[in-house]
Structures are given as structure tokens and as C-alpha cells.
Ligand binder design. Structure first.
Ligand SMILES: C[S@@+](CC[C@H](N)C(=O)[O-])C[C@H]1O[C@@H](n2cnc3c(N)ncnc32)[C@H](O)[C@@H]1O
Length: 212
């Protein structure tokens, strides 16, 4: 997909919708864990994410197109937006954290992306994806903070273990520079295949059955 004039318009409208939403609901965005979600008022940022997700979609489609996917921490829904533009060729369901679901809703609505499931905090002992009864082939964790923004390897493993009931593989989409040296070594050890998307960004395919 080329980001043509029509897509440019959709990107600008989504960023503007988010700007108005943030202005109208300032208090939500004053919560420290919601600060970073204001970034989508910036259409340049949205455009970059859309372009990146176009590449990501192509990689995922060419490697794993037969699978059924769950996008955990769907956020603004960039990958889903690209899937919609490609006539929904990927079987993709979406999950968002109940605490943060409203922070991205203006962008998702603008893109026509829906949230299929809500989940609790993945760091809580009783993590659950509510009403999810499907066992997926792949759970996608793109820029998913809890898996990499941690000083401990234990937490990365804890997060991955929580996903064992929901999918066979995790596809962790992250930049090499976001891992510490120790984390990177660990993640490569548990990864079956690593596929480059763009620059330092890779897809780490991790078999979750190793955590059973
Ligand atoms: C940086 S956003 C990434 C959004 C999207 N995957 C993307 O790449 O555009 C991080 C996502 O992780 C989710 N998330 C962060 N902390 C979480 C937690 N403790 N439990 C569940 N989800 C969490 C957020 O709600 C958000 O959807």
C-alpha cells in the first residue's frame, strides 16, 4: 500500500480527531501511564506508524498468512488499519487493556478499527483476556511495554507465560535498541526465527509452548 493522497487525508483526520479528544478529556491524559498516548495528535508520527505497519503487514502476511492472529495492546490499531486497506486478508482479532482502552479510541474510530476483547493488567496475577475462547496461532506484541520495559528477565518471561493459554506463538515486534544486552541474549535464546521489518525493528517468533 502506498500512502497516497486519500490515506494522507485519513491520517490527518485521525490525528486531528485525537487532538480534539485529548483537549476534551484532559484529565484522562494527565494520568502518568497515559501521557505517551498524546503522541498520536501528531500526524507525522501517525504517518510513520502507518508506513511501518504497512511493512510489518507484508512480512507477517508473507510468512504466516494461514494463521489466526490476536493483536494484544492494539492501541491506535495501525496494523488493523492496514489490514482493512488490504480487504482484511489477515484473520486478526484485537485486545486492549481495559485501563487504557479510551486513550486510543478516537484514532481507532477514525480508522474504523474495533476492539474485540478487553483484558486486565498483564502484570497482575489474575491476568485475563475477557470472553476470549479462541486459541490463536499467533499473539502479536508490537511495542508492548510490559515485555521489554523492565530491568528483569523474569518479567519478560512472566509476561510471555501469561499468554500460553491464548496462543501457540508470540510475535514480538520490537527494535533491537530497546533491549538491554542481557535481555537481547535471552530473547534470541527463546526465539525460533527473527525477521527484519525495517532498520533495527524485528519480529521475534517465540514458541510459547516452551513455557508450559
Ligand atoms: C506503545 S502502545 C503500542 C500500541 C500498538 N501495539 C502499536 O504498536 O501501535 C502499548 C500497548 O500496550 C498496552 N499495555 C501497556 N501496559 C499494559 C499492561 N500492564 N497490561 C496490558 N496492556 C498493556 C497499552 O494499552 C497499549 O495498547
Amino acid at each position: 500500500m502506498i500512502v497516497d493522497k486519500n490515506i494522507e487525508k485519513e491520517i490527518d483526520s485521525a490525528a486531528t480527531a485525537h487532538l480534539y479528544y485529548v483537549m476534551k478529556h484532559k484529565l484522562i491524559f494527565c494520568e502518568p501511564h497515559n501521557f505517551s498516548t498524546v503522541q498520536y495528535m501528531n500526524s507525522k508520527n501517525v504517518r510513520n506508524q502507518v508506513k511501518f505497519n504497512d511493512l510489518l503487514y507484508k512480512r507477517i502476511f508473507s510468512l504466516y498468512k494461514e494463521g489466526v492472529f490476536l493483536d494484544l495492546g492494539v492501541g491506535p490499531g495501525f496494523l488493523e488499519f492496514i489490514n482493512i486497506k488490504n480487504s482484511r486478508k489477515l484473520q486478526l482479532s484485537t485486545v486492549e487493556w481495559e485501563t487504557q482502552v479510551d486513550c486510543f479510541k478516537s484514532i481507532r474510530n477514525s480508522f474504523g478499527v474495533v476492539v474485540n476483547y478487553l483484558c486486565s493488567d498483564i502484570l497482575s496475577d489474575d491476568f485475563k483476556i475477557h470472553e476470549c475462547e479462541t486459541y490463536y496461532d499467533y499473539v502479536i506484541l508490537q511495542r508492548f511495554f510490559p515485555v521489554y520495559k523492565t530491568p528483569s528477565l523474569e518479567r519478560t518471561e512472566l509476561v510471555l507465560k501469561k499468554l500460553v493459554p491464548y496462543a501457540k506463538y508470540a510475535l514480538v515486534v520490537e527494535s533491537d535498541s530497546n533491549w538491554s544486552e542481557e535481555q537481547y541474549e535471552y530473547i534470541l535464546n527463546i526465539t525460533e526465527t527473527r525477521t527484519k521489518v525495517f532498520g533495527e525493528w524485528n519480529i521475534f517468533k517465540i514458541n510459547l509452548e516452551q513455557f508450559k
